[in-house]
Design a protein around this ligand. Structure first.
Ligand code: DX5
Ligand code: ZN
Length: 210
């Protein structure tokens, strides 16, 4: 399993310190949620924050763009330090163009789909990308409840892409339900609230032991 703690739930006053703790605890990736107030209701953070935390850590930066017109920002997000860029199929006018932009910079490309979006929308691109992100909550907010009906989608995708392909789940993961997502076929786990509530190191170790 690859664990990608989402800094959306971090304490931004001590973000650099918390990232060091995440790294020390053994998480392999760091999930970076960029929100624009259009594709989703909320606004989070973007380039300046990514750029400053890049100085604190060499951990793999997994950027999740919840924004309209992702093609306008892909280069800037990569310039700031992202190692992979995930855009939403619902937001991209030309998904192939976005994939090519990311790959031409030597970074990993991923596509996210919302819980209500059909799996079929991403299937034409799976061979061109490095990962599919299946949202397990409606994007825009941390701390929501995991939508169980997405499990079926995870299992269906796993059957199509084979055992080694990266299938990421994002939203509502807890110490109790992480095994459910993994049993369904997910191998990259995003977790915000359940990593940052309480003892970060302990939470990461517990999640990774599942
Ligand atoms: C939701 C974001 C998630 C969020 C997950 O729109 O994409 O990455 O940080 O937070 P939790 O784990 O609290 O649901
Ligand atoms: Zn996310």
């Amino acid at each position: 399993m690859i664990l990608s703690p989402s800094i959306l739930s971090a304490d931004f006053g001590i973000l650099g310190e918390q990232i060091k703790t995440i790294e020390k605890a053994g998480a392999q990736w760091l999930h970076i949620d960029v929100m624009d107030g259009h594709f989703v209701e909320n606004i989070s953070f973007a380039m300046p924050v990514i750029k400053s935390i890049r100085k604190y850590s060499d951990i793999f930066f997994d950027a999740h763009l919840m924004i309209e017109n992702p093609e306008k920002y892909i280069d800037k997000i990569i310039d700031s330090g992202a190692d992979s860029v995930c855009f939403h199929i619902e937001a991209a006018k030309d998904p192939k163009q976005c994939i090519d932009m990311i790959h031409s910079r030597g970074k990993k490309a991923a596509i996210a789909i919302n819980p209500a979006t059909e799996l079929e929308t991403v299937l034409p691109y799976v061979d061109d990308i490095d990962m599919v992100l299946l949202m397990t909550v409606v994007p825009g907010l941390g701390g929501q409840k995991y939508i169980d009906s997405v499990n079926e989608k995870i299992t269906k995708l796993r059957k199509i892409v084979g055992k080694d392909y990266l299938i990421q789940v994002d939203g509502g993961i807890t110490l109790d339900n992480v095994s459910v997502a993994m049993d369904a076929g997910a191998n990259v786990i995003v977790a915000g609230t359940c990593v940052f509530a309480g003892d970060i190191e302990k939470n990461i170790k517990t999640l990774m032991s599942k």
